[in-house]
Design a protein around this ligand. Structure first.
Ligand SMILES: Cc1cc2nc3c(=O)[nH]c(=O)nc-3n(C[C@H](O)[C@H](O)[C@H](O)COP(=O)(O)OP(=O)(O)OC[C@H]3O[C@@H](n4cnc5c(N)ncnc54)[C@H](O)[C@@H]3O)c2cc1C
Length: 329
């Protein structure tokens, strides 16, 4: 049976268990969230032993070379010696400089980071409190010289970090930040291509990142943004998007009401349903979909069926795992 050494102690594991499973079973506090390899919150450092390539999928070249890996994607096939990432090299500090309520469940938080921090709007970072909870949030704004970044946070029922960020986190609070990660960003080499942006929930943060980049790069093709909510308060950037539509001729905003009822001025149904009704054929387009996984995965398979090339489809499903240790009543 392979042995896992973690911070100087040995644990036995089965080949089918991941490094994360083994350490959680042993009662170790390992930060993690989606458990699908997407959020990258469960990163550990391998000190000794061979990693399977799958456990480093999606990590940048530098992290891969240095032996970092995703513990949720790493079955224990051989003996491994691993450690938590060193806080001072792996994380930087991010200080809350502004907070604004968008709605009764969504807020915008502006953070000050190192001015050298490089990212592409639409990518995500992992944010954590010093106590160890780490979750992913998307970068909705353009980079600034002053080094400030913008995120949108939706509070989830009993969600550990989102509730704290929404309700209790104050200006001046310092968080840990790691990243950026992900492929969800605007490509300036295809400025003439039409773009279809689909989202719900705070998936709009990812779409805003792409949209702002496209506008600031002088995008020439059409940009159609479909966003759905089943509550009117869910359209938390309605006014901003309407103003952008007035200002930029090639940008079109389609709010979609995804409840059973029809509402004047709104398309009916989910963002992907309304968009693919309007555009059954999308050959030559790029499609971006972000937000709740069920919408994102359906939207991407509809995009393929509508003739979009696989390399022109970008997905950002906000995968979340209910991490309660006691079962639901
Ligand atoms: C790539 C990526 C990008 C993301 N970007 C964003 C973003 O820009 N904005 C954003 O808001 N989120 C984003 N998310 C989601 C975010 O990372 C967190 O998962 C989310 O904020 C919830 O974290 P939490 O700690 O509050 O919830 P957790 O404590 O991790 O709980 C996870 C889920 O379980 C449910 N749950 C937990 N306990 C209970 C309970 N007692 N009863 C009922 N339900 C319960 C929660 O409601 C939640 O849905 C992103 C996720 C990914 C993977």
């Amino acid at each position: 049976m392979p042995i896992l050494n973690f911070d100087g102690r040995a644990y036995e594991g089965h080949e089918k268990e991941t490094v994360l499973d083994i350490l959680l079973k042993a009662g170790k506090e390992i930060s993690h969230s989606c458990k699908t390899g997407r959020c990258q919150g469960c990163i550990l450092h391998c000190k000794e032993g061979d990693l399977l390539p799958v456990s480093q999928n999606g990590l940048g070249e530098e992290l891969t070379k240095e032996g970092y890996f995703l513990s949720c994607k790493c079955p224990l096939r051989h003996n491994l010696e691993v450690a938590s990432p060193e806080t001072h090299t792996f994380f930087q500090e991010a200080t809350v400089v502004k907070k604004r309520q968008f709605s009764d469940t969504i807020c915008q938080i502006t953070l000050k980071v190192d001015p050298d921090f490089e990212f592409l709007p639409g990518q995500f970072v992992n944010l954590g409190r010093h106590e160890g909870v780490l979750r992913s949030y998307t970068l909705a704004g353009l980079p600034t010289e002053a080094g400030v970044i913008e995120i949108h946070v939706e509070k989830r029922p009993a969600g550990e970090l989102s509730n704290w960020l929404y309700s209790d986190c104050r200006v001046g609070e310092t968080l840990l930040l790691q990243g950026p990660h992900g492929q969800f960003y605007y490509r300036p080499d295809s400025r003439d291509q039409n773009l279809l942006l689909l989202g719900n929930g705070t998936g709009l943060a990812s779409l805003m990142g792409v949209l702002k980049s496209a506008i600031s790069n002088g995008h020439k093709g059409h940009i159609a943004l479909y966003y759905n909510s089943d509550r009117l308060t869910g359209f938390y950037m309605h006014q901003t998007l309407r103003e952008l539509e007035q200002k930029y001729e090639s940008f079109h905003y389609f709010p979609c009401f995804s409840s059973l009822y029809f509402r004047e001025g709104f398309r009916q149904g989910r963002a992907d349903e309304a968009a693919f009704r309007d555009f059954p054929s999308l050959s030559g387009w790029k499609v971006y979909a972000a937000g709740f996984p069920s919408m994102v995965y359906t939207a991407c398979s509809r995009a393929r069926a509508a003739g979009v090339k696989v390399e022109d489809i970008f997905e950002e499903p906000f995968e979340m795992k209910d991490l309660r240790r006691t079962p639901r009543m």
